[in-house]
Write a protein that binds this ligand. Structure first.
Ligand SMILES: C[S@@+](CC[C@H](N)C(=O)[O-])C[C@H]1O[C@@H](n2cnc3c(N)ncnc32)[C@H](O)[C@@H]1O
Length: 441
């Protein structure tokens, strides 16, 4: 990995911002600017590209198998919601064109849709596999960054489901019923960096170095000590009382953005479920004394760098999630945890092994050339690699009891197609549906 000194030359826009802010800002502000500034930010400008030829890959950019495996889970939940709303799936009459029925009773909401590939693949999978259900569904895309939304609109031109883009605030004004998918989006929320100075925790700030020799550079500086009110939260993560194994200079991150994000997400959902898929580790590992510098990392053109102040606005900045912080923020935001699993376990429960096997034994009439089969095999294995994407965690949450089936007398007969999942029938009376990915394969 190479890093030239010039990498740290602060761009003029950032120099001016820091000057206007009194010379330094908390790391979270710097991260927000570097990622989300509409003109200069890596996502805000649309500069970052996701995919094998882009800056980094995510599960959907490896191909459509990820969406194909996820689709039955989403269909299961949407079908349960359709039952609760009393929708008659038999009467839906197949999938109408994307422009007809612009306002549909069920929404598949993707927040942070990146290139829009996952949303498109899911819309296609739902349209093909569950046409009656899909006829009641719309795609809602929540993307705060204009540069990314512009590319998503192009990709989703061919969506078989009607699509609309809206902000979290707009969604809260007119909440929907459906399923929210947050795939690798919470790791883009700005985190706070804190540093142990040997006596107390201090917020880390980003500042311009003083003096002309060497020329002005971006650097970390210690900010104010954390207020005593922060102690209970630090204690819940194992960061308080002090532990002498964490020496002066030990640095990590906190996730203040999770609580408002989960509250906003809850406000946008009248009834339904949330699936968070992200790289998350439990507090004991996140804040282990031997992890000296947190989990923040920068990505560009498939290169990973620990230099977080390099070329602001050109690198993705991402931090792992802490499971306890996510679960605590979700609880406070009115979400009930349905369950969690590693991505490897989840995808195996959803049929990844059968899909792998299917590559060797294509169905009658299906032709699969060797190079395509080997490429898909490699992608499927990458999705469950315990040292990579397979270690991601899936968290399913419900809201407003949407997982609770109505009393038996009120429950309409399920009208799913033969062979499709009937969540109501597969659950003991009075219990909500267990996510498919939590069931043993
Ligand atoms: C790492 S990409 C993930 C893209 C996609 N979900 C995937 O897995 O390929 C993060 C996406 O979240 C968007 N994003 C960042 N902050 C967001 C927020 N607060 N709410 C919704 N989306 C956000 C970014 O603009 C980008 O589209």
């Amino acid at each position: 990995m190479t890093s030239s000194l010039d990498d740290k030359d602060p761009p003029e826009w950032l120099r001016q911002r820091l000057g206007a802010a009194g010379g330094s800002v908390p790391f979270s502000t710097y991260m927000t600017w570097a990622l989300h500034d509409p003109e200069h930010g890596a996502y805000g400008s649309g500069r970052l590209r996701i995919g094998r030829r882009g800056d980094f890959v995510t599960s959907p950019s490896l191909g459509s198998d990820f969406a194909a495996l996820l689709a039955p889970q989403l269909a299961d939940w949407l079908a349960e919601l359709a039952l609760e709303l009393g929708l008659d799936l038999d009467q839906a009459g197949g999938l109408p064109g994307p422009d007809s029925q612009p306002s549909r009773p069920l929404a598949l909401v993707e927040t942070g849709p990146g290139e829009g590939e996952l949303a498109l693949q899911l819309a296609q999978a739902l349209g093909q596999g569950w046409p009656q259900l899909a006829a009641f569904c719309e795609l809602v895309l929540v993307e705060p960054n204009g540069g990314m939304a512009a590319r998503q609109r192009q990709v989703l031109e061919s969506s078989p489901l009607p699509c609309r883009w809206c902000s979290a605030e707009e969604l809260a004004q007119s909440p929907c019923t459906g399923v929210v998918l947050a795939h690798e989006v919470l790791d883009a929320l700005a985190v706070e960096r804190i540093r142990w100075d040997g006596r107390q925790w201090r917020q880390q700030r980003v500042a311009l170095s003083q003096g002309a020799d060497p020329p002005e550079r971006l650097q970390f500086v210690d900010g104010d000590p954390l207020e005593p009110q922060a102690e209970p939260a630090l204690e819940s993560l194992g960061l308080w009382p002090p532990d002498q194994r964490r020496g002066p200079g030990w640095t990590t991150e906190l996730h203040p953005g999770l609580k408002p994000w989960l509250a906003a997400c809850a406000a946008g959902l009248k009834r339904g479920l949330l699936l968070v898929i992200d790289y998350a580790i439990e507090a004991q590992r996140y804040y282990a004394p031997q992890r000296l510098d947190g989990t923040l990392i920068a990505y560009r053109q498939q290169e990973a760098s620990g230099d977080l102040l390099r070329q602001p606005g050109f690198w993705d900045l991402t931090a792992h999630l802490c499971s306890e912080s996510l679960l605590g923020a979700a609880r406070e935001g009115g979400w009930q945890l349905l369950g969690q699993r590693s991505q490897g376990e989840a995808l195996l429960a959803l049929g990844l092994a059968q899909r792998l096997h299917g590559l060797q034994t294509p169905a009658a009439g299906e032709r699969l050339d060797l190079a395509t089969a080997l490429g898909r095999r490699e992608s499927l294995l990458r999705l469950v690699d315990p040292a990579g994407l397979g270690a991601f965690r899936w968290f399913a949450f419900s809201r407003d009891g949407s997982s609770a089936a109505p009393p038996d007398g009120d429950k309409p007969e399920s009208t799913l197609l033969p062979g499709q999942i009937n969540p109501a029938a597969s659950q003991p009376t009075g219990q909500g549906p267990l996510p498919l990915f939590l069931r043993d394969p």
